[in-house]
Design a protein around this ligand. Structure first.
Ligand SMILES: [Zn+2]
Length: 343
């Protein structure tokens, strides 16, 4: 295989990202995905037969944790999910350095009881879910797992892979070409239609999130669903036939009326809500007058660097804040504040 002529750029961007945002939530998945062997049924069966094979369990879109002697664990023996409820899909997530495989299983909705909702917050899944007769099992929302530090970051990344993949299966049970039911193939990484022979692959939806800077100030905005006082980098889906740079410029122009010049990619983050890839960029403003799209944003404004520092440190006089470190926006803003991200 020949390397792309501009392969050096990819290497450089990757190393910058790793240096800029160490420990980014949902990143750092330790598994070898063995993607080239997923169609080898004997290989996958041999993995499943290993004594050290484990599975994570996703139920109603939430990771399931079991209480062990010490800490909660997201890992189960492969046969265990079937004893808890009806398993709808399974997939091979990958293999550890020790050779131990990690699978994912999805539990049918009826196995899980919704006990109600906690007091509503905008940032978290507020459902209170439980599995009848299994007080040793806890269903936790993905964001709080990333925030509370209960699990190792690598385990959170594995759960993010499982949640995104199994969520895709749950929403793609029928062929988008002909409407017939589809079946799972490639150890959970493909769906096939027997009626029209179409193949369907798990999708990842790219979203650009960008800090627009104008010298010593940056552009931040807020949606009405954000926690009170929180301002963040603007974001939006990359559209068909669009580059990352074009998506950045379009979103900023549409939402804030600002035209951008240079755009630089910094780092990305898997964001399993449901299957997004956040692509973090910094962009240089070419114009500064704001025309805010009020359908998208409650507010947007230019903030001086000192003001953003106060927001990050939760000492802004108007109680304005920047996002939690679980979000790549926090790291984009921090990198600009600290002079690690320039454009
Ligand atoms: Zn079909």
């Amino acid at each position: 295989m020949t390397r792309p002529a501009h392969g050096g750029d990819f290497v450089r961007a990757d190393s910058i990202g790793a240096d800029l945002f160490p420990g980014l939530a949902f990143s750092g998945n330790p598994l070898d995905r063995v993607s080239e062997k997923r169609d080898d049924e004997a290989f996958v069966a041999a993995l499943a037969a290993r004594e050290d094979a484990r599975t994570v369990l996703i139920a109603r879109d939430a990771p399931t944790l079991r209480q062990t002697d010490g800490a909660p664990s997201p890992y189960f023996a492969l046969a265990e999910p079937a004893s808890i409820g009806r398993v709808t899909e399974t997939a091979l997530l990958g293999v550890r350095a020790t050779g131990a495989p990690v699978f994912a299983a999805a539990l049918a909705d009826e196995a899980v009881a919704a006990l109600g909702e906690k007091e509503a917050t905008v940032s978290y899944d507020t459902r209170q879910l439980a599995i009848a007769g299994r007080p040793d099992l806890a269903l936790r929302d993905m964001r709080s797992l990333a925030v509370d530090g209960l699990l190792d970051g690598g385990d959170v990344a594995i759960l993010a892979e499982a949640k995104a993949l199994l969520g895709w299966h749950a929403r793609h049970r029928f062929c988008s070409c002909c409407g017939a039911p589809t079946r799972v193939a490639a150890a959970g990484w493909r769906r096939e239609c027997a009626a029209c022979r179409a193949q369907h692959f798990p999708r990842t939806d790219p979203v650009v999130i960008m800090l627009v800077v104008d010298g010593e100030r940056c552009l931040l905005g807020r949606q009405s669903r954000f926690p009170r006082g929180m301002y963040s980098a603007l974001a939006g889906f990359v559209e068909a036939g669009e580059t990352i740079e074009e998506a950045v410029r379009r979103e900023i122009r549409e939402e804030a009326g600002v035209r951008c010049g240079s755009v630089r990619y910094l780092a990305s983050q898997p964001w399993p809500f449901p299957t997004t890839l956040m692509i973090g960029c910094i962009a240089r403003a070419a114009t500064t007058e704001l025309t805010i799209d009020r359908a998208e944003l409650e507010d947007a404004r230019w903030f001086a660097r000192d003001e953003v520092i106060a927001m990050r440190e939760r000492r802004h006089p108007d109680a304005m804040t920047t996002p939690h470190p679980v979000a790549i926006a926090h790291h984009l803003i921090a990198a600009w504040i600290d002079g690690r991200a320039t454009i």
